[in-house]
Design a protein around this ligand. Structure first.
Ligand code: AMP
Ligand code: MG
Length: 297
């Protein structure tokens, strides 16, 4: 596939996955929207190669963004928000897709239960402090959405508190978008059965046991409540400025490919260029060469 075809495909995949966000219950976590026919017979190997190729394109865009940030000519930045239940592959997505870009230009942040200090502030306080600066690609592994997900499902705040947060989040994200932040919100959607398999795999494999958290099982008991809470997030916080995408994630190889495509489509929208740098190239070249002559004598 040519680069132009890859970019066109990325826009198609993004459109399909954005549409998926309108009805979570209709999304089959094993489905593979937008996948081209060329994948057989080994889809994992195909995906690895395809994500490698997409990763090269992502890196090229990201470098332009970073260069602009460095040169002070670019205020824009990107924020990938990853939300999902346990075992859905947030960490794997960071490793496989985000990891394809230059770590120096990444701003990666994971959110756990708020600290004592964080609890004394508005729920967006810690989010505000974690946003990517100009030129960076930020990644949120969990986010402010936990404040209408786990907080709602586990009853960590009164209903009237979390109910008004949807509008607060929309206003917050609108302001960020108006200020040059491209916000890409991805929900990784796995099935109840797939989570079971992955939890068991964590128990079976001594090198994965450290990932097993017994409280994940309590969240699993609230599966239906979480699905409802996610559906409300998608319905209430999919805005023009910051849409949600639902990525079927039972198949890791599809998940990686899909997220890479969503990012590529957003980068393409930005029409990034390297900054114009005002340098006297000939004069500087002469100086570098002269230095060399003087010191190598
Ligand atoms: P993990 O991402 O699996 O390392 O786990 C992080 C944990 O932090 C999850 O169980 C989340 O539910 C929890 N968490 C994240 N944000 C919040 C929040 N705002 N309030 C309460 N718990 C949270
Ligand atoms: Mg957990």
């Amino acid at each position: 596939m040519s680069e132009r075809e890859l970019v066109r495909q990325a826009h198609t995949v993004r459109k399909l996955l954005r549409a998926a966000a309108t009805d979570l219950s209709a999304v089959d976590p094993r489905s593979t929207p937008g996948l081209p026919d060329e994948t057989a017979p080994d889809r994992k190997a195909w995906s690895r190669a395809a994500v490698g190729r997409l990763g090269g394109l992502l890196t090229a865009h990201q470098e332009k963004l970073f260069a602009g940030g460095r040169a002070g000519t670019e205020r824009r930045r990107m924020l990938l928000v990853l939300q999902a239940t346990d075992c859905a592959g947030k960490d794997g997505t960071v490793r496989s897709v985000v990891g394809a870009m230059d770590p120096l230009g990444m701003h990666i942040k994971a959110f756990g239960p708020p600290t004592e200090e964080e609890r004394q502030h508005h729920f967006l306080w810690r989010i505000n402090r974690s946003l990517p600066p100009a030129g960076y690609v930020g990644v949120f592994n969990r986010s402010h959405y936990e404040d209408v997900l786990v907080v709602r499902v586990r009853g960590l705040a009164p209903k009237k508190v979390w109910q008004r947060r949807y509008d607060e989040i929309n206003r917050f994200e609108d302001d960020l978008a108006a200020d040059g932040m491209t916000i890409v919100k991805v929900m990784l959607h796995i099935s109840y059965e797939e989570q079971r398999e992955r939890l068991l795999a964590r128990l079976d494999d001594p090198t994965k046991r450290w990932k097993f958290n017994p409280t994940d099982l309590e969240d699993r008991e609230h599966w239906a409540d979480y699905q409802r809470a996610y559906a409300d997030v998608l319905a209430r916080c999919t805005t023009k400025a910051a849409p949600w995408y639902v990525v079927p994630a039972d198949r890791k190889w599809y998940r990686n490919w899909a997220v890479a495509n969503i990012l590529l489509a957003h980068f393409d929208d930005l029409r990034l260029n390297y900054p114009e740098v005002d340098l006297d190239v000939e004069g500087l070249r002469a100086r570098v060469e002269a230095d060399h002559a003087a010191n190598s004598r």
